[in-house]
Write a protein that binds this ligand. Structure first.
Ligand code: SF4
Length: 332
């Protein structure tokens, strides 16, 4: 994993600038689900993106590969991958990048695995789609990658259909699919959400092990701050379609500079035998079609002042590599 003080500009592999992704439905005004996201990912880095459901994390990730849900469109911005702006690429080049240079692991493997094809065929197909002249090696590669992601007895497992595997094994198959072409970037969108706690821990361990043998950068999306802090070098916190804080993991956890991050940290259950009432964040994430004026967090913020409901804050660098979009961070 990368150390913050070693991050250099020429190690940037992905850079998102001022990304706006909106839903255009029947109403006159688009729903601004992602509004002005900036993100930098370095080579061999694990970047965690954290936030509650509906804050725009998955839509940001899907914008990178232009695999957007129905009705969504990228309205503005640029996404540079190794210097090429993905948003201006021809379909042929985009197809080369998808799955080969940037791959994605989805939240719910059952929705992405084809129930009528064996898992081995589906993983090997990801390889042959990009290396059509190497079909004879596809099976060997699939068995190898199954072994690497910890699927026992891989020569037998490749013949299984998705319904014959447990939730954890299906997620390992998805991980194998994402890894088989040794991509530069893996986007893992809530890869552990549908799994129970023990299997979640196994998948995190798997990611940590894979980081030792692969040079991929990872964007790890989750609502679970403690979970991502186990694996991420840096964390970006999102709220209401915007980034609100970004810092190296240790610093963000020990010294949050945005009230939302602070509230997320305070709502983590303490490890103690004594029963304690959990702190919760009052209120709800605003509906993207009804975002409040000014700072979108102001209706829920205990530090809010008069100016917070009228002036929209922007990200500022408070300390090296530590950004916040709060006017009153010094009060936290
Ligand atoms: Fe709270 Fe104001 Fe900071 Fe927004 S800008 S997080 S409302 S203190």
């Amino acid at each position: 994993m990368q150390k913050q003080d070693k991050l250099k500009d020429n190690d940037i592999i992905l850079e998102i600038k001022d990304l706006h992704t909106y839903f255009y439905n029947n109403s006159k005004n688009p729903v601004k689900a992602v509004e002005g996201i900036n993100l930098t990912l370095y080579k061999k880095e694990v970047l965690g993106i954290v936030g509650e459901s509906g804050c725009g994390k998955s839509l940001t990730a899907r914008s990178i590969l232009k695999i957007l849900p129905t009705g969504a469109k990228i309205a503005q911005g640029s996404i540079f991958f190794n210097g090429e702006d993905i948003l201006t690429l021809k379909q042929k080049r985009l197809n080369e990048i998808r799955g080969k240079m940037i791959s994605m692991i989805f939240q719910e493997p059952s929705s992405y695995l084809n129930p009528v094809l064996t898992v081995g065929f589906q993983v090997s197909e990801t390889y042959t789609a990009h290396f059509p002249n190497d079909k004879k090696n596809a099976l060997k590669k699939t068995i190898q990658i199954f072994k690497e992601v910890g699927i026992p007895d891989p020569s037998k497992r490749i013949k299984n259909y998705p319904h014959e595997l447990s939730g954890g094994q299906k997620q390992r198959v998805m991980t194998a699919m994402a890894l088989i072409n040794n991509p530069d970037i893996i986007i893992a969108d809530e890869p552990t959400t549908s799994l129970d706690v023990t299997v979640q821990a196994q998948i995190i361990k798997l990611f940590k092990d894979l980081l030792k043998n692969h040079s991929s950068s990872i964007i790890f999306i989750t609502h679970d701050l403690p979970l991502v802090s186990e694996i991420a070098d840096r964390i970006m916190v999102m709220y209401a379609g915007m980034n609100v804080e970004e810092a190296p993991t240790k610093e963000l956890i020990s010294k949050p500079l945005h009230p939302y991050t602070k509230s997320l940290l305070e709502s983590i259950p303490p490890i103690t035998e004594k029963w304690q009432k959990l702190k919760t964040i009052e209120g709800q994430v605003p509906d993207p079609s009804e975002k409040p004026a000014g700072c979108p967090f102001h209706p829920r913020c205990i530090y809010a002042e008069k100016d917070c409901s009228t002036k929209k804050p922007y990200m500022i660098e408070v300390e090296k590599g530590h950004y916040t979009s709060c006017y009153h961070y010094d009060k936290i």
